[in-house]
Ligand binder design. Structure first.
Ligand code: SF4
Length: 51
């Protein structure tokens, strides 16, 4: 059962925290593909997740 889910849709972040678990930075431009995002949300809803 999924109790909590964190979706990182973009890697860009200006904060530059020393221990960032997302490896984010101001220079990164990667954004999740919309179709992949939608398919993932649909899959989770199908499995009973609440959004
Ligand atoms: S932990 Fe990473 S994503 Fe979160 S604010 Fe810091 S640099 Fe940004």
């Amino acid at each position: 059962m999924i109790k909590d889910l964190c979706f990182e849709i973009i890697e860009t972040c200006p904060n530059n925290c020393m221990f960032c678990s997302s490896c984010s930075s101001i220079d990164k431009r990667k954004i999740i593909d919309f179709d992949l995002f939608k398919r993932t949300i649909d899959y989770l809803l199908e499995k009973g997740a609440y959004v």
